[in-house]
Ligand binder design. Structure first.
Ligand SMILES: [Zn+2]
Length: 299
């Protein structure tokens, strides 16, 4: 699932290409086979019709990230929220519709992972913003920009790890989950916004902390190491254009590089890369998610 660095990469891309463009039309087939029970979902035909009507003719102002959510601000005081969930990613380029499918002749957009287009926005420059979502788990909704503080998707989110998050605030947030395993706490969006499975594994490996260590058993000095590694690792994820071990691609359809920098994530049974450690990477399900960690140096 796209995490903070991937969502940041997408948002940066959107800000590069979308500003001042007008939405001419909106298409989706999300609701064709299954209709969402939720009334506020573009997987519901009635909601999609409303969504389409509300945003057609509006201009893009800017995009921003909050946690793992993409917020696309439009004229008319409207904002689109997109949560890419497992396999969703936005793509930008020249598309055409043929035999019931959106196609592009651009090489990067022809990547097999970019072929699951379930939503498109036709733009005033003749190009499209397309949303590829193989498993169709993504969330797309429209809200009034002024009402963002009421939104259940945004309101409970914890602080942003890369926005002047002081050590004291970091410590306070972690300690709101006493008795819980640190792996689960790092991925809890109400504690910190934007960290998921990949980056939590990498942060804990770099900090020599076992994913099942309880929060209250982590010393201040270990917490400080974690706080520093968290910033460093998320920043390097952004620098590398995100992680494309799975479906993620940037808006041009291109892979990021963080998957080539993994020290622990999905390195099960391989030798630990920490100098002189000699441990082996193990995998264990913790809180419903696969944690990867070293048998030796993470305690
Ligand atoms: Zn190790």
């Amino acid at each position: 699932m796209p995490e903070l660095p991937e969502v940041t990469t997408t948002v940066r891309g959107l800000n590069e290409v979308l500003q001042k463009l007008t939405i001419k039309n909106v298409w989706s087939d999300y609701f064709l086979r299954t209709t969402s029970k939720s009334k506020i979902s573009i997987k519901n035909k009635k909601y999609f019709d409303h969504f389409k009507k509300e945003i057609s003719g509006e201009k893009f102002l800017s995009a921003e990230r909050r946690g793992k959510n993409i917020l696309i601000h439009l004229t008319g005081g409207k904002t689109i929220l997109i949560h890419m969930k497992m396999t969703g990613h936005l793509l930008y380029g020249k598309y055409y519709f043929k035999n019931g499918k959106w196609k592009s002749d651009e090489e990067l957009l022809s990547d097999p992972f970019n072929q699951f287009i379930h939503l498109t926005f036709s733009l005033s420059n003749g190009k499209h913003l397309a949303f590829s979502d193989m498993r169709k788990f993504a969330k797309v909704i429209l809200f009034e920009t002024a009402k963002r503080s009421d939104l259940v998707d945004l309101e409970p989110l914890g602080p942003e790890p890369l926005q002047d998050l002081s050590f004291d605030t970091f410590k306070k947030q972690i300690n709101t989950k006493k008795g819980k395993k640190i792996k689960t706490v790092l991925m809890d969006q109400t504690v910190l916004a934007g960290i998921g499975n990949i980056y939590s594994d990498e942060i804990l490996w770099a900090s020599s902390i076992h994913p099942e260590r309880k929060t209250e058993k982590i010393s201040d000095s270990d917490l400080k190491t974690m706080w520093i590694n968290m910033k460093k690792i998320l920043e390097s994820g952004i620098e590398m254009g995100g992680d494309s071990m799975s479906d993620y691609r940037n808006i041009y359809g291109q892979k990021g590089n963080f998957q080539n920098a993994h020290k622990v994530y999905r390195r099960t049974k391989q030798k630990c890369l920490k100098k002189g450690c000699g441990g082996t990477i193990l995998r264990k399900v913790i809180g419903g998610r696969s944690a990867h960690f070293c048998s030796k140096h993470q305690k």
